[in-house]
Design a protein around this ligand. Structure first.
Ligand SMILES: Cc1ncc(C[n+]2csc(CCOP(=O)(O)OP(=O)(O)O)c2C)c(N)n1
Length: 671
């Protein structure tokens, strides 16, 4: 690559982009780790995007109508950190760049949502960012349809590398964007032909442009170092009604000795080579030293959006009071007042009527009540709408001719759905929930983990939550998925026992601002166990005494979900023999763990035998059985020890020994 020719062709542009390249080299050298090559290769695209197209105001990073920029190739985080510093985001100081990847710095190894304004999502696991971007773009479409262009009228830009496009989830994301003609979504492919192991051809020969075209995208190919070509391509992409992919032919680690090699992907810290690269750029200042005229040009870029933002604010201020309040509320993730009373009314009705229903159906009953008062909910399912019970009457279906639709047919794309839902939640103004089978949390898991890590309240509706689903057999019967979900920090896992607990779980999931929820719901019908109406949300305490022992308390049976009614039946057997037995329902372990010790002791006092019942593996149960004043010798578990089988549900419960008799026998063996 002839660096001198590039410099000569666009001297001003060159030096502005060189600021990104040199900051990257300096920060990676200071940390002695990181990824230099990607930011050096994509600096030209980023410079043109930020300076000529991106609608943003560095002084107001939360402006709801800003364009979103997502660095899907998150290992190239110095690209984003450099841009945020150069354009004048106050938090992104030079010191933060100097402390790249160090303890306490907001410049983590990969962009982390919440560390600094201007980072729209956590990327690093390749493929997530481009899939989040689909959700960002969908949220924008939905909100534009509802509030009009006056309030919502922006683009979502994403930079994806070869790695993002090789990851399977990108296929799901690309398909969704193409199907829904998300014309405001513009993806740049950093087409540098290099990954860690070597050239892309080692492991792939996909024609990416044909692939995107086949999925319904508008596709262009450009020299990713030519600012005019980049500008023209973005302009054309914006004009297209289709999502756009711009294949940017670039050179990884441009201008460095490691250019165009896999060595260029990683940390370029050799001081001699670093100085040679800077000399080739025509960069004469020292480490982290940006010449004043270059910095002020970038700062001007960062403040250019202030006028557009002020105009937007004036348009918002001119809206009706009601609309302004609602707009502010949905972006603040606040719940509207009527939610609590609607939930209470449903709970009362259910306690009176005591229906026998599957909790997936209970969930639908709750959503029928919730969705009309929460215009921000957007539901969906990965091709299991009738099984997940996620669609309610009033939602309408999101489509090219109905952007107001609040239900999304995600297709058989659990991972893409979860990642796009995260994108929606991050965009703001939308509360996404989506369903699949609990066993397929595995397929959605990388995005579920990121929801937890980012602290966003995505709701995962996971039905068919045990062997209780019956004949579909062990492939579909989760046994370890509750434990996996519970092992994930900052995740609320709800396994409600009946419709009342399901309503309470939904209320908590929707009230959360920074914790995702997994709703683990049954296929099979369950009796109502909460027949005495309580206005208070008992699930909020995570676990509570559902049935007290009669006489001296000698045993406590702890159960969740479908096994709570088994626990109650076991209690009947034990009480009939004069063994005082308490039943504790535990719909959300995480919330119970958060209660103070006094409450936990009240629910789980020392002394009585403890038996846990759950149609899943034991992992995690020991805290409640042996810990919390329990004793190993006086505790037992009735559940699954391996995978399930194909048979009717009641046969499976019998054969796997999850019955009232088995629980009662277990208690007696421990007395
Ligand atoms: C899901 C996932 N798998 C593996 C990695 C580790 N990883 C980081 S970058 C990278 C190679 C990516 O290649 P490319 O997208 O072409 O980036 P470039 O070499 O152009 O910087 C890999 C395997 C990751 N970050 N995420």
């Amino acid at each position: 690559m002839d660096i001198a020719a590039l410099r000569a062709a666009h001297p001003d542009h060159w030096m502005r982009a060189a600021a990104i390249r040199t900051l990257t080299l300096d920060a990676v050298a200071a940390a002695n780790s990181g990824h230099s090559g990607m930011p050096m290769g994509m600096a030209d695209v980023a410079t043109v995007l930020y300076s000529r197209h991106l609608k943003f105001d560095a002084a107001a990073p939360d402006w709801p109508d800003r364009d979103r920029f997502i660095l899907s190739a998150g290992h190239g985080s110095m690209l984003l950190y450099s841009l945020l510093h150069l354009t004048g985001y106050p938090e992104m100081t030079l010191d933060q760049l100097r402390n790249f990847r160090q303890w306490g710095a907001i410049t983590a190894g990969h962009p982390e949502y919440g560390h600094a304004p201007g980072i729209e999502t956590t990327t690093g696991p390749l493929g997530q960012g481009i899939s989040n971007a689909v959700g960002f773009a969908m949220a924008e479409e939905i909100l534009r349809a509802r509030y009009g262009k006056a309030l919502m009228d922006h683009h979502t830009y994403v930079i994806a590398g070869d790695g993002c496009l090789m990851e399977g989830v990108s296929h799901e994301a690309i398909g969704l964007a193409g199907r829904h003609q998300l014309g405001r979504l513009i993806a740049f492919w950093d087409n540098n032909n290099i990954t860690i192991d070597g050239e892309v051809g080692l492991s792939d020969r996909t024609d990416q442009m044909t692939r995107f075209r086949a999925a319904g995208w508008h596709v262009q190919e450009i020299d990713g170092h030519d600012p005019d070509a980049i500008d023209a391509a973005i302009t054309a992409a914006k004009a297209s009604p289709l999502p756009s992919m711009i294949a940017c032919k670039t050179h990884i680690a441009l201008g460095h000795a490691a250019q165009d090699t896999s060595k260029g992907h990683g940390a370029l810290t050799d001081q001699g080579q670093l100085q040679d690269a800077k000399a080739a750029y025509g960069w004469t200042t020292g480490p982290f030293d940006i010449p004043a005229e270059i910095k002020s040009w970038w700062e001007e870029v960062g403040s250019r959006g202030a006028t557009a933002r002020a105009e937007w604010q004036a348009r918002l201020d001119a809206q009706s009071e009601r609309r302004q309040t609602e707009f502010a509320r949905i972006f603040a993730r606040d719940m509207p007042k009527p939610l609590a009373s609607r939930i209470r009314a449903l709970k009362k009705q259910i306690a009176d009527e005591a229906p026998k229903v599957a909790t997936r159906k209970s969930s639908e009953m709750v959503l029928e009540v919730v969705n009309p008062v929460l215009p921000e909910t957007v539901g969906g399912s990965a091709d299991l709408t009738g099984s997940n019970n996620t669609k309610t009457g009033d939602l309408g279906v999101f489509d090219t001719d109905n952007r107001k639709g609040r239900y999304i047919y995600w297709g058989i794309r659990e991972h893409g759905m979860a990642a796009a839902m995260n994108g929606m939640a991050l965009h703001g103004g939308v509360r996404p929930y989506g369903g699949t089978f609990m066993a397929f949390t595995d397929y959605a898991r990388p995005a579920m983990r990121l929801a937890a890590l980012m602290g966003i309240p995505t709701v995962f509706v996971m039905t068919h939550d045990s062997i209780g689903l019956g004949e579909d057999g062990p492939t579909h019967q989760p046994v370890e998925h509750l434990a996996i979900s519970r092992a994930t920090p900052n995740t609320m896992v709800f396994r409600p026992a009946d419709t009342v607990e399901t309503a309470e779980a939904w209320e908590l999931a929707l009230s959360s601002k920074s914790t995702p929820s997994v709703l683990s719901l049954t296929r099979q019908g369950l009796p109502t166990v909460r027949t005495e109406h309580k206005t208070r949300n008992l699930t909020a305490q995570g676990a509570y005494v559902l049935a007290e022992a009669t006489g001296k308390r000698r045993a406590i049976i702890l159960a969740t979900g479908s096994e709570v009614s088994i626990a109650l039946a076991a209690r009947d057997l034990l009480q009939a023999e004069g063994i005082g037995t308490r039943v504790v329902s535990m719909p959300c372990w995480e919330l119970f763990a958060e209660q103070d010790e006094g409450y936990r002791r009240k629910v789980l006092p020392a002394g009585p035998v403890r038996v846990g019942v759950e149609a899943a593996v034991r992992t995690g149960w020991d805290r409640w059985l042996c810990g919390e004043r329990g004793r190993e010798a006086k505790s037992g578990f009735v559940g699954m020890e391996g995978f399930g089988a194909s048979a009717p549900a009641d046969v499976l419960y019998e054969k796997f020994g999850i019955t009232a008799e088995a629980v009662s026998d277990k208690v007696k063996s421990l007395l």
